[in-house]
Design a protein around this ligand. Structure first.
Ligand code: 5GP
Length: 136
């Protein structure tokens, strides 16, 4: 049973900010930024590849609703939506969840990525686009 299922079942404490039949949201214990919140489907899908359309649609509506509430309540300067899938992507709890990370001009949260624009030709990009289209 995942740690989030234990939170859903009230077996461990958390600060719940939203709940309905399908979704729960609570403050992330790490508070990577002030107001860091997790939005979690009650059914323990492991990652994004397991989600079905219905839950994905509902879950994202809740993410939008809570992002607006967090903006109103905490007045951040910005906000990131983050979801890690797999160890390589930094996932540590294998029960699907979306991070809402309010951002402040003086916060210490790091999102880092190199720009690899110069490594790809126009043909590489066309091939890449086609691979993704063909897989749908
Ligand atoms: P991931 O690394 O899988 O994307 O994110 C997992 C998140 O769950 C982390 O940000 C971590 O702080 C949070 N977390 C882990 N255990 C608990 C817990 O017991 N309670 C709460 N509220 N958050 C937790």
């Amino acid at each position: 049973m995942s740690i989030f299922t234990k939170i859903i079942n009230r077996e461990i404490e958390s600060n719940i900010v939203y709940e309905d039949d399908l979704v729960i949201a609570f403050l992330d214990i790490s508070q990577a930024t002030y107001g860091h919140t997790l939005v979690v489907p009650k059914k323990p899908y492991e990652n994004i590849f397991e989600l079905d359309d219905e839950i994905a649609g509902h879950l994202y509506k809740v993410v939008v609703k809570l992002s607006k509430a967090i903006k109103k309540a905490l007045k951040p300067d910005g906000l990131n939506i983050v979801n890690n899938n797999g160890i390589a992507a930094g996932q540590s709890v294998f029960h699907y969840h979306i991070h809402i990370l309010p951002r402040y001009e003086d916060d210490d949260y790091i999102m880092f990525g190199y720009n690899h624009f110069e490594d790809y030709t126009k043909e590489d990009m066309t091939k890449l686009k086609d691979l993704i289209i063909e897989a749908q």
